[in-house]
Write a protein that binds this ligand. Structure first.
Ligand code: 2P0
Length: 317
């Protein structure tokens, strides 16, 4: 009753922010993301009747902090009456810092737990289970360009283009490595309840999704850049206008945006996106990756640079 799965994080270009059902963890809006190739979470689940409690080892260290949500994900995937499990997680990038570590973790654990229990599930079923654990995790079941549709009692997730259909790179400028001040789940609820812009955010999302879908279908980089930056800044405007305000940015976050604006005016094919954290993700044409890496590395306050191509969905390993 043991299996190992690997999943990569995904970066939303059209963002998920807000829930329409907190009990089922259903998003209020659809979203479109790209799955990365070089950052990963590898998760082994070993169900053992002899254990009295679930235990988690993360990067070879015991970890009680992240265990409750992973135990909940095991309940979702294997049922509340499942045996207890030994969970061994390896992650090659910073956790809970706005780098989508929850997406890769929950995608991997659902795939590993299903296999360890001997339950065969379609990728769509696995995506729905991962999404109940963490909304963005549903998208990491698929590779390349992924759309999560917000309809009915289950989310519908599918691949718009594969990673090979339109190879892009993502250069992540790491501007802080600590955990974020407020987690996404709590922050989304604050926004839903208090931001005066929240309803407009939700009602505009279908138009942004349609624009991004068209840009991806025609591989139109400048059209995708324009809608992705707009959608990102709109999500952060909802966060900033929440009470209390949810501000994930720091000085270096803004400095990176200025660097990217300069690159764009120099003719470099690059655009930014920022999630629930201070890191800036620069999406670019692989021909421009070295230029983007050099410019972001030289930006004040940038501590590290991680570069990734686009990759495949979660799978057994
Ligand atoms: C996204 N984020 O679409 C957006 C953009 C952060 C900003 O999905 O409550 O960890 O577990 O469903 O998926 C982060 O939220 O939230 C997220 P839960 P999740 O990638």
């Amino acid at each position: 009753m043991r299996a190992t799965a690997t999943a990569q994080p995904n970066i939303a270009l059209i963002k998920y922010w807000g829930k329409r059902d907190t009990a089922l963890n259903l998003p209020a809006v659809g979203s479109i993301s790209i799955t990365l190739s070089d950052l990963y979470t590898r998760m082994t689940v070993d169900f053992d009747d002899g254990l009295e409690q679930d235990v988690l080892h993360l990067n070879d260290e015991p970890n009680d902090k992240l265990l409750p949500r992973l135990s909940n994900a095991l309940d979702i995937a294997a049922g509340g009456d499942r045996p207890k499990a030994r969970i061994i997680s390896e992650c090659n990038f910073p956790i809970a810092a706005g780098l989508a570590s929850s997406a890769s973790s929950f995608a991997a654990i659902v795939v590993a737990a299903s296999a360890a229990m001997g339950i065969e599930r379609s990728v769509g079923e696995l995506a729905n289970l991962a999404g109940r654990a963490s909304g963005s995790a549903a998208r990491s079941l698929y590779g390349g360009f992924v759309e999560l549709e917000n309809s009915g009692d289950a989310v519908v997730v599918g691949e718009l283009l594969s990673a090979d259909d339109w190879p892009l790179d993502v250069v992540v400028a790491v501007t802080a490595t600590g955990p974020k001040p407020v987690g996404s789940t709590e922050a989304m609820e604050i926004s839903r309840k208090t931001s005066p812009f929240y309803d407009r955010w939700v009602s505009d999302q279908p138009d942004d999704l349609a624009s991004a879908r068209d840009a991806i279908a025609s591989r139109n980089f400048s059209a995708l850049a324009s809608i992705a930056e707009h959608n990102c800044l709109k999500m952060h405007s909802v966060m900033w206008s929440s009470r209390p305000a949810i501000v994930y940015w720091n000085d270096a976050t803004l400095a990176c945006l200025q660097t990217i604006r300069q690159l764009q005016s120099d003719g470099v094919a690059v655009f930014f996106t920022i999630d629930a954290g201070p890191q800036v993700k620069a999406v670019c044409d692989p021909a421009d990756t070295a230029t983007v890496e050099a410019a972001l590395s030289a930006t004040d306050g940038v501590r590290d640079i991680l570069t990734s191509g686009l990759g495949e969905g979660a799978r057994l390993t």
